[in-house]
Design a protein. Structure first.
Length: 323
């Protein structure tokens, strides 16, 4: 029951009842409702600011669990990267070395994804650093696994062709040289016999009588035969595949033709004194991927360890070349 209010009227010297107009009643009602609404808003704000609802508590727990799972996933990805790094090291330094395959460049193995940012849609999420880093690790690992898988496929193919490869790689001396006395000059910087200046000698010289047989040092195909009065004179080149090529120069006669297939030990010509040569000898070169390499490393089928040691000593002596 509402409380009745009175006021004192000095004119009539009596108390009169306070009568509220409808306008005042509406104003009071609206004031009450507005105050109540404001109080409710402030109460709810304080409630949700300092106290979590059951649903929020559940979501927070799920977020914490998800964060823990992401961290565990990051750790496992790190362990997998370590294992993959070890596999890559073995691949480059053991498997690919055994089968004469070039190592895969680190820039290819470790290359990321260029161009457009693939993770921009994740950067606005809570804990975005953790999520983006995990996504990057997974993508990087997936790419490295693809590259490693292709490398193993290549190794498998090399294993299947190992017998052919071993037969193709130069592995004997180009002239019969059991007493080792015919090796005249080795690989490296030597004195030019004509100009008497030091220049790089890209092969080995074997002195021998004119007409001494010259043998193919590995299976392959004759890629070039030349007959010239200068330079290498009469010469033969053999492409052995797998990046290997051999050159036989200053021949007196050529016994093969271009395009002919030859096997290790086949006679491809005879020692001579043609071209830029100061005495009967064979100039012999081995090239890998177009670059000359020391032929001393390719006589393992021909010599005993003792004979090989003697030949190494002779090839490293500072002698004058014959061409």
């Amino acid at each position: 029951m509402s409380k009745v209010r009175y006021y004192y009227d000095p004119k009539t010297l009596a108390y009169k009842k306070i009568e509220k107009s409808r306008k005042d009643q509406m104003r009071n009602l609206l004031t009450f409702l507005a105050s109540s609404a404001l109080f409710a808003v402030l109460f709810l704000f304080a409630l949700f600011s300092f106290f979590d609802s059951p649903k929020e508590k559940q979501l927070i727990r799920e977020l914490e669990q998800m964060t823990i799972q992401y961290e565990l996933l990051n750790d496992r990805l790190g362990q997998m990267e370590v294992v993959l790094d070890e596999i890559q090291i073995r691949d480059d330094n053991i498997y690919r070395v055994i089968f004469e395959a070039d190592p895969i460049p680190t820039a290819i193995r470790k290359a990321g994804y260029g161009g457009v940012n693939r993770y921009v849609h994740l950067e606005k999420l809570r804990h975005s650093n953790l999520i983006v880093n995990t996504s990057k690790k997974m993508d990087q690992l997936a790419k490295q696994l693809v590259i490693q898988s292709k490398s193993f496929d290549e190794i498998v193919n090399l294993v299947k062709s190992k017998e052919e490869m071993l037969a193709s790689i130069p592995a004997i001396q180009p002239v019969a040289n059991k007493n080792l006395r015919r090796m005249a000059s080795g690989f490296g910087y030597r004195v030019d016999p004509i100009y008497k200046t030091t220049k790089f000698h890209a092969g080995m010289d074997f002195s021998a009588p004119i007409g001494t047989p010259v043998y193919a040092t590995g299976d392959g195909k004759v890629s070039l035969t030349e007959r010239k009065r200068r330079g290498y004179g009469n010469s033969v080149r053999i492409d052995h595949g797998y990046g290997y090529e051999t050159l036989y120069a200053h021949l007196s006669e050529i016994a093969v033709r271009r395009g002919q297939k030859v096997s290790r030990g086949d006679i491809i010509g005879y020692v001579g004194n043609t071209g830029k040569s100061v005495g009967p000898h064979l100039h012999y070169e081995v090239r890998k991927d177009g670059k000359p390499v020391n032929p001393i490393n390719f006589y393992f089928n021909d010599l005993t360890p003792e004979e090989y040691g003697i030949l190494v000593d002779m090839s490293t002596a500072p002698t004058q070349s014959l061409d």
